[in-house]
Design a protein around this ligand. Sequence first.
Ligand code: G1P
Length: 272
Amino acid sequence: MIKQAIIPLAGLGTRLLPLTSVIPKELLPINGKPGLEYILEECLQSGITEVIFIISKRKKAIKQYFYNDSFYKKLIKKNKNKRLIDEYKKIKKYKKMIKFVYQNSPRGTGDAVLKCKNLIKSNFFLMMMPDDLIIKNNCTRSMIALHKKYKSSIIASKKVQNDNVSRWGIFKVKKINKRNFVIKDVIEKPTIKKAPSRYAVIGRYILTKKIFKVLEKQKPGQNGEIHITDSIRTLILRQNKFIGHIFAGKYLDCGTMKGYINSTLEISKNNI
Ligand code: G1P
């Protein structure tokens, strides 16, 4: 069973400057609550019981957000406001399921995942990118169901536009069957010429624990960062089964300013 999730949160958030010079991008409000809460809700609703946040010294506000008990308690003592009590209960519920690890130099997603090596208990775990919101259908839940069926690693995917492939990890695809396909290869942010398809990696991964051994030896790739995509590629080339899942929900990219603004509009329009 998939019970643990890893969420890398140590990134600098440069695409959302100047907001992120003081506020971690994952705490920026989307229709009244931080983007991170939507991700936590998706986890809770799909049976995840433990979430590991990889933060950095710069992003300590994320820990403070969930560890502000004395502040809430003082306020509630003075004023038994229902909204305040409900919000505090919600934060406490999340706090119970979160563990923190630190990645103080931003060396890439692969390096962030490696920091969790000693905390992962089962053979498979979930990894989620907090920039990628998926609304209207719980993508994690569908991926867990697929994992139960195929006992393999699963990665979320969506078809992207030709001129946009170099923003994403791109799959080489075999045997597309409705919403799922066998992944033959994956390339991090290829040029249009080198892109093997238009199917992009979206930030929901069910990964085998074997990835930690590969990550330990992973050399830096694009921009000198350790990419999870490069270690996934090694596992695929060593014949580990990876399935791509074209999710049913609506994708919102909160990692760019344009996308962030659009996410706010979409979520408020849909009243989520
Ligand atoms: C990361 C991954 C990339 C993936 C993307 C999904 O890129 O490296 O393979 O397609 O997330 O959002 P980043 O958004 O960190 O540049």
